[in-house]
Design a protein around this ligand. Structure first.
Ligand code: DGL
Length: 276
């Protein structure tokens, strides 16, 4: 029997568990190493240089673990520093941007597409550039908006709270004014708010974690493998840079079930492999 495939997944914190959830559902026989930089989250309001440095540390750690593939669950890292991760990884790297952009273009009849994410993701223009590249600048209209407050609301579990609905309404107004028919949920936290967003915006929603998982599946070419494990029994090693007081509850919210005590990891001590 060949050795099991090992995939490294990293994020700025617990949000990436929303991506891991898709991975373990679709590919429960794979072994996962999850890294959440909970000590330094959020990345979404940091500079590109800082995001790249942190991402390089996670990628270096996962490379040292000998993973076969790296999934960059964090949209902010995928948008601002995917090239650094690719230069370090020495294995295939899957980010959130390209699979989601392709899916949005396939699903949008009008090709008027909204993108929401952290400030760093929106300011990078990564989603807009991918949408224009695949769909053609003359055919596609992209309306982007940073929605930083939604990160805290999702972690707080205010998924259907009237305050959350009011904030979503305020954030989405510019997108709906521009008549988008599809919105990319360009942040690990936003799929948790999908029902609230649907109440405000009658549009198709794209969850990048789902589409990235489909891409991983294609790369592995393994649709036919027997799924002898269930998502709950998938083998995952969790590493976090801090264990916040509400870690267990937030992790449960993102993953759908309890995880045991995670390993503590100091990314600060990791000297990134230089990526030229
Ligand atoms: N994981 C981040 C993302 O998907 C959200 C949290 C943060 O700002 O670090 O963009």
């Amino acid at each position: 029997m060949s050795a099991p495939i090992r995939i490294g997944v990293f994020d700025s914190g617990v949000g990436g568990l929303s991506v891991l959830r898709h991975l373990i559902t679709e590919l429960p026989h794979v072994q996962y190493i999850y890294v959440g930089d909970t000590a330094r989250v959020p990345y979404g309001n940091k500079s590109v240089a800082t995001i790249a440095h942190y991402a390089a540390q996670s990628a270096t750690f996962l490379r040292s673990k000998g993973v076969d593939m790296i999934v960059v669950a964090c949209n902010t890292v995928s948008a601002a520093a995917l090239d650094i991760v690719e230069a370090i990884a020495e294995v295939p790297v899957v980010g959130m941007i390209q699979p989601a952009a392709r899916a949005a273009l396939e699903r949008s009849p009008s090709k008027r597409i909204g993108v929401i994410g952290t400030r760093a993701t929106i300011e990078s223009d990564a989603y807009a550039l991918a949408l224009y590249a695949h769909g053609g600048t003359e055919n596609v209209t992209v309306v982007q908006h940073a929605c930083p407050l939604l990160v805290a609301l999702a972690e707080e579990g205010w998924l259907a709270h009237p305050a959350t609905l009011a904030i979503i309404e305020e954030y989405l107004r510019p997108l709906l004014d521009q008549a988008v028919d599809t919105i990319i949920l360009g942040c690990t936290h936003f799929p948790l708010l999908a029902e609230a967003i649907e109440q405000v915006a009658p549009v198709a929603l794209i969850d990048p974690g789902y589409w990235a998982t489909r891409h991983v599946k294609r790369l592995l070419g393994e649709q036919s493998l027997p799924q002898q494990r269930s998502p709950r029994t998938a083998r995952v090693e969790y590493y976090v840079t801090d264990v916040p007081t509400n870690f267990a509850a937030v992790a449960r919210q993102f993953l759908g079930f309890e995880i045991g005590q995670p390993h503590r990891l100091s990314l600060e001590e990791i000297v990134p492999i230089s990526a030229e």
